[in-house]
Structure formats: structure tokens, C-alpha cells
Design a protein around this ligand. Structure first.
Ligand code: NAD
Length: 368
């Protein structure tokens, strides 16, 4: 074997173990065809870690994830752990992993497969193929927040009724590093970048806009468009296929990436990547959760997880051939009519019998 990558696999909870094991099978098969060895290091996090160690993210998981080349995550959480104290909830594992690995950029492609056009709630979705690059560790979710009780003295010396506040703040460094990822990604795609902000109202957005304009001089081939977030929310519905790469802040990206996910159909089809500084392991995962309603029944759609593995090979290792072969195999599997129940859209007079997680995985492997 000429090349070897060590992948930390964190199956997590619910359907997490089923979909990650599907992704690993496909990855191993695609890599074996190209003489690439994949070493799997299985780690525990989320509810599974609470059950085993009493905490959602053991230090060993962070250390071993850091020592790997990339991380493949299933999903964490479920009703079993809904009543544990907030600091020990399974979801804390996600934040801990992002922090521990220094992952500051979330990348979510949204693609409409021609075979699944009916999945979109839009009448004429067109050829949607866009990527949202969301800042992940700054902005209002991490800014100063608090509550002034009724009668408390405010910083300006006045007193009012009860006040709660959150703060949106970004440094030049935080913005530039995510803009760079977005410009670089645009260069590899259709060379069109949309910055989404609220620069007509927010001072922090004006800094994003200034820095994006400055950086665009380094990427003269990339067409930079700036949109206010409310306008972008509309345009994603009215002209989704005109977008290529969208870059935005944490909160705007959180909202827009769910919108983009919905216009292309099932969450069972959508992969994502969280990446940090060069040469640090990125984390790849489906955008869906642990779907406790489907767990252990061999009915979950494994394609989002399989496509996350493809994204990992391309983004982390530049293994374009492996990534493209997995993506093509998914397309071919869909073209043969293979459908898990979430993507069985039955038109008039049609009847498609859904297949299970394992059968879908097998079909993808057969089409590699
Ligand atoms: P969910 O994504 O798990 O499920 C939403 C709906 O989509 C459900 O109807 C589910 O059956 C369906 N679905 C999800 N994945 C599917 C797949 N691969 N194939 C077919 N159908 C699929 O979201 P939820 O119900 O809001 O959350 C369930 C649990 O997952 C919660 O504990 C939540 O906190 C957790 N969660 C974890 C992550 C993560 O680990 N990244 C993300 C979101 C939610």
C-alpha cells in the first residue's frame, strides 16, 4: 500500500453507528481500489460516552481525534439523555470536539441530484449546487451575554426593567481566516463568492464587507457579490442555482444552511465538514441528528455519511479521485432506483419499494 490515512470514527448515538459503519465500508472499498490504506480508530462521545464514562467527551477521545488525520462523526444525542444536567448533555461533545480541534469553518454543500428533483419543495429547483461556508467559533453565540434584573444599574448609569443581551463581535483575524477558506474554495469551483451580512445595520458586518473587498484583490478571478441576509434568504428560494459559494457569520450561516438543506430535499443526503488550521484534522459528519425514531431498524439513509467520507478525502487529503468515485457511485445507485424510505417520492401511479441502510450501502459499493 502506498498511502495510509488514520481516521478517528466517532459513531455516537441513535443511527450514528449504522451510518458511520456504512461510510467506513464504502471508504475502505473505494480506497482499496486505489492502493490507499485506511486505519480506523473508533472513539466514544455523546450519549454512548455518558453511559460508559459518565461524561459526554472523554479526554482520550479528544487526544486520539487530534492525533488522527481526520474525524468521521455519526451523530450524538437522544431522549435517553434528555434529562441529564446541561453541562453533561451529549451535544456538549460536539462543542468540545470543535474547540479541542480548533475547527472554525463549517462547510455545507447543498446539491440537488437530478434523480431526486422531486425531493425539493421548490417547483423548479434547477441545478442547485452551492456550498455555505459558515464561521463556527465566533459571533453572537460566543459573545458577551447576560441579564440585568429589573432595577439593576446599567453601564450608562440608568435603570430599566429586566434586560437580556447578546453581543455580536468579530476580530479581523477571525474574519480573514474564514474569508480565505471561502475564496480558496471558490477558486476550485465556479469562481463566484457571495458574502452574506447585514452591513446596512451592523458595524461588525461592515468589517466583514471591508475585509472581503480587500481580499478580493488577491483573487481577481473570483466574482464577489455582497447580499444582506434577509435578501439572501429570499434569493435562495427564487434563484438557488445561481449561488456557488456563500460565506457568512456564525448565526447567519446557522439559519441559511438549514434553509439551503431543506430546498434540496432530505437531511439524509447532506454531508458537512468542520475544518480548522492547515494540517489539523477536520471533522466530517452528516448534517442530520441521531434520528432515535429510526435507530437500530436498518432504515436510515446512509448517503449523507457516505458523502461526508467523500468530502473528507477531498478536503483533507486532496484525494479527488476517491472522493469523485464515491460521489459518482452514490449518483449511480440513485439512478438504479435505490431509495431509502426518506427519499422514496412516489409520483402518480409509481411505486418504489424502499431499501434499508445496509442494502443502500451495498448498492453504492457495487457502483464504485
Ligand atoms: P434528526 O436529524 O435526528 O431527525 C429529524 C428527522 O429527520 C427525523 O424524522 C428523522 O427520522 C429524519 N432523519 C434524520 N436522519 C435521517 C437519515 N439518515 N435517514 C432518514 N431519515 C433521517 O433531528 P432531531 O430529531 O431534531 O434530533 C434527534 C437527536 O439528534 C437529538 O438528540 C438532537 O439533539 C440530536 N442532534 C444531533 C446532531 C449532531 O450530532 N450533529 C445534529 C442534530 C441533532
Amino acid at each position: 500500500m502506498s498511502k495510509k490515512y488514520t481516521i478517528a470514527v466517532i459513531p455516537g448515538d441513535g443511527i450514528g453507528p449504522e451510518v458511520t459503519s456504512a461510510a467506513v465500508e464504502v471508504l475502505q472499498a473505494a480506497c482499496a481500489q486505489r492502493d490507499i490504506e485506511i486505519e480506523i480508530n473508533e472513539l466514544t462521545a455523546g450519549g454512548a460516552a455518558i453511559d460508559k464514562f459518565g461524561i459526554p467527551l472523554p479526554q482520550e477521545t479528544i487526544d486520539k481525534a487530534k492525533a488522527s488525520d481526520a474525524v468521521l462523526l455519526g451523530a450524538v444525542g437522544g431522549p435517553k439523555w434528555d434529562n441529564v444536567e446541561p453541562e453533561k448533555r451529549p451535544e456538549k461533545a460536539l462543542l468540545g470536539l470543535r474547540q479541542g480541534l480548533g475547527l472554525y469553518a463549517n462547510i455545507r454543500p447543498a446539491v440537488v441530484y437530478s434523480e431526486l428533483m422531486d425531493a425539493s419543495p421548490l417547483k423548479k429547483p434547477g441545478n442547485i449546487d452551492l456550498v455555505i461556508v459558515r464561521e463556527l467559533t465566533g459571533g453572537i453565540y460566543f459573545g458577551k451575554n447576560g441579564v440585568y434584573q429589573s432595577g439593576d444599574k446599567l453601564p450608562d448609569g440608568t435603570t430599566k426593567g429586566k434586560i437580556a443581551f447578546d453581543t455580536e463581535s468579530y476580530s479581523e483575524g477571525e474574519i480573514n481566516r474564514i474569508l480565505k477558506i471561502a475564496f480558496e474554495l471558490s477558486m476550485k469551483r465556479r469562481k463566484k463568492l457571495t458574502l452574506v451580512d447585514k452591513a446596512n445595520v451592523l458595524v461588525s458586518s461592515r468589517l466583514w464587507r471591508n475585509l472581503a473587498s480587500q481580499m478580493s484583490f488577491d483573487y481577481p478571478e473570483v466574482e464577489l457579490e455582497c447580499l444582506y441576509v434577509d435578501n439572501c434568504a429570499m434569493q435562495l428560494i427564487s434563484r438557488p442555482s445561481s449561488f456557488d459559494v456563500i460565506v457568512t457569520s456564525n448565526i447567519f450561516g446557522d439559519i441559511l444552511s438549514d434553509e439551503a438543506g431543506q430546498i434540496v430535499g432530505s437531511v439524509g443526503m447532506l454531508p458537512s465538514a468542520s475544518i480548522g488550521a492547515p494540517r489539523t484534522p477536520g471533522m466530517f459528519e452528516p448534517i442530520h441528528g441521531s434520528a432515535p425514531d429510526l435507530a437500530g431498524r436498518d432504515v436510515a439513509n446512509p448517503l449523507a455519511s457516505i458523502l461526508s467520507a467523500a468530502m473528507m478525502m477531498r478536503t483533507m487529503f486532496g484525494e479527488e479521485e476517491v472522493a469523485a468515485s464515491i460521489e459518482l457511485a452514490v449518483k449511480k445507485a440513485l439512478a438504479t432506483g435505490a431509495r431509502t424510505s426518506d427519499i422514496t417520492f412516489i409520483g402518480e401511479g409509481e411505486h418504489i419499494t424502499p431499501i434499508g441502510t445496509r442494502a443502500m450501502t451495498k448498492t453504492v459499493i457495487e457502483n464504485l
